[in-house]
Design a protein around this ligand. Sequence first.
Ligand SMILES: [Zn+2]
Ligand SMILES: [Zn+2]
Length: 370
Amino acid sequence: MINDSEAGEEIKRHLCTNCGADMVFDPKLGRLACPYCDSSKVIEIDPAAIVEQDLSVFLNQSGANLRPLAVDALQVTCDSCGATVTFVPPTTATSCDFCAAQLVAQPKAADPLVAPEGVIPFSVEGSSATNALRRWTKSRWFAPNALQTMARHDKAESIYVPYWTFDADTATEYTGQRGEDYQETEHYTDSEGNQQTRTHTRTNWFYASGRVERHFDDTAIPATVSVLPEYLSRLEWDFRDLASYDPGYLSGHKAQTYQVTLEEGFERFRDIADNVIRNDVRRDIGGDRQSIDSIDTGYSNVTFKHILVPVYAGAYKFKNKTFQVIINGRTGDVYGERPYSALKIGCLVSAIILLLFIVILIFGVFSSGG
Ligand SMILES: [Zn+2]
Ligand SMILES: [Zn+2]
């Protein structure tokens, strides 16, 4: 545990110097703004404060570096999907942004976490996100009214979702085979007794071994499992937008607690890195085909960051199924899945059948008249 004076230094509250109210991070201004008077305040950005943490050193400290996201932060966990959300009063969390379930549990003081090193601040305002959501809903044909209702009630709320990023140097020793293709022409007699030729591709295999090195920089691993994987894979972040973390960014916005632990995140990073390295090895082996017999990779200088990225998240229920909509808090791009309303489609099909019936009726009348 960290004592209060330490925490006070590390985790500052942002009060309006004019009226004493809690200031809110304003995506449009890109700074803290007072909701009651006109005053605003820049959050100091200190690039030197974004420190890559040494992974092995950190893991050996077992909890010494953990602290809550903000000094007065509360957290509440969704009974339905398990997402834990942190917020600073007067911000509240009444329903889950990821699954639409009501949050019935009482919020409690936020648990200490691996402190975020950086944050990509919101730059899309709530009103712009709502407009993007409305445009998206309007362009969905045959969507049930629940979708329209969600857009009308501004149910996509601003929430930071957690990522891990990893840096590492790798050196890989490998052995394998290089395949070099050649063409072989075969003469044969076909079923009708004619001489024919055909060519086959054959491969000569040669032993290969060597060493490849690669540096990984800011490989991002989502630490949330609440955002659907197909949206996560399409959410893109420019890490040049990364600012040093300050609790001020949390003012007026929520943050999700990481669900993928640092250790699990590193395992996922290694899976991604291993694939990249295998491609490097194939390129190093060369030839037309490659087979890898052994591969031995050493990781060094492994560092990580816990970072928060901005999304607007909303969910709605339709026929007992939950549908999620995610808006990128930097670009305003909307990712969502949508159900088809059987009622609306049914109405259209009926209308078409009715129209056909009328056409046949009129055509029938004309043909009998002629
Ligand atoms: Zn004020
Ligand atoms: Zn939930």
